[in-house]
Design a protein around this ligand. Structure first.
Ligand code: GRF
Length: 209
């Protein structure tokens, strides 16, 4: 069994993609044990509740240091016996001790083809605005392991998406989600659950069947 914690801050459509994949038996041996949010109003929490998944709220401002916040988050992950942490629209930086304790067991979904349009300040619609401003013709999404820097760890999966002349940031965001994010996030979880993802020299290798 691969036990997930999904960390969220917003709408939770990527969380929904995981919930749906589990319901459709596309992720045998995978369970979402808890959804953790730093925003009480995140609709992702509602999605979790509707699916009967435990939810937890963790607010950084309630802790006096990043260290204390990290310890609280880690004890939540231990409480639910979490194996893999999935950042699905999680807009807070994970404290160092969480990243170290779950080294190579934290993944993130980012709505561009890393290393383009990523790093500090590239989140939400800002990514797609930058894509349109630069005029690239292809964008996409990336699932990668998380290390201490934003959008920096080894890349697991990527999927390209066409940019159209009449795209707005919103239409592009929607297409990137539908054609890439909601497909490659569950796919990455499946590959990890099947023990087919290996890291060597900061690169990911996937066992093909
Ligand atoms: C997605 O675009 C994801 O790639 C990024 O944040 C957004 C979250 O959307 N990290 P949702 O909350 O899953 O709908």
């Amino acid at each position: 069994m691969l036990r997930l914690a999904v960390l969220v801050s917003g709408g939770g459509t990527n969380l929904q993609a995981l919930i749906d994949s589990i319901r459709q038996n596309k992720l045998p041996g995978v369970s979402i044990e808890v959804v953790i949010s730093n925003k009480p109003e995140a609709y992702a929490l509602e999605r979790a509740k509707q699916a009967g998944i435990s939810t937890e709220l963790i607010l950084k401002k309630n802790y006096e240091s990043s260290q204390a916040f990290g310890e609280a988050l880690l004890s939540l992950l231990y409480k639910y016996n979490v194996d893999l942490v999935v950042l699905a629209g999680c807009l807070f930086m994970l404290p160092e001790q969480v990243i170290q304790s779950y080294k190579n067991w934290i993944i993130n979904i980012h709505p561009s083809l890393i290393p383009a349009f990523c790093g500090t300040g590239f989140y939400g619609l800002k990514v797609h605005e930058a894509v349109l401003a630069r005029g690239v013709k292809v964008t996409g999404a990336t699932v990668h392991f998380v290390d201490e820097q934003y959008d920096n760890g080894p890349i697991i999966l990527q999927k390209p998406v066409m940019v159209y002349d009449d795209d707005t940031p919103k239409t592009l965001q929607k297409r990137v989600m539908e054609e890439a994010e909601w497909i490659i996030l569950p796919e990455a979880v499946r590959l990890i659950s099947e023990n087919r993802v290996h890291i060597r020299d900061s690169r990911v290798y996937i066992d093909r069947i």
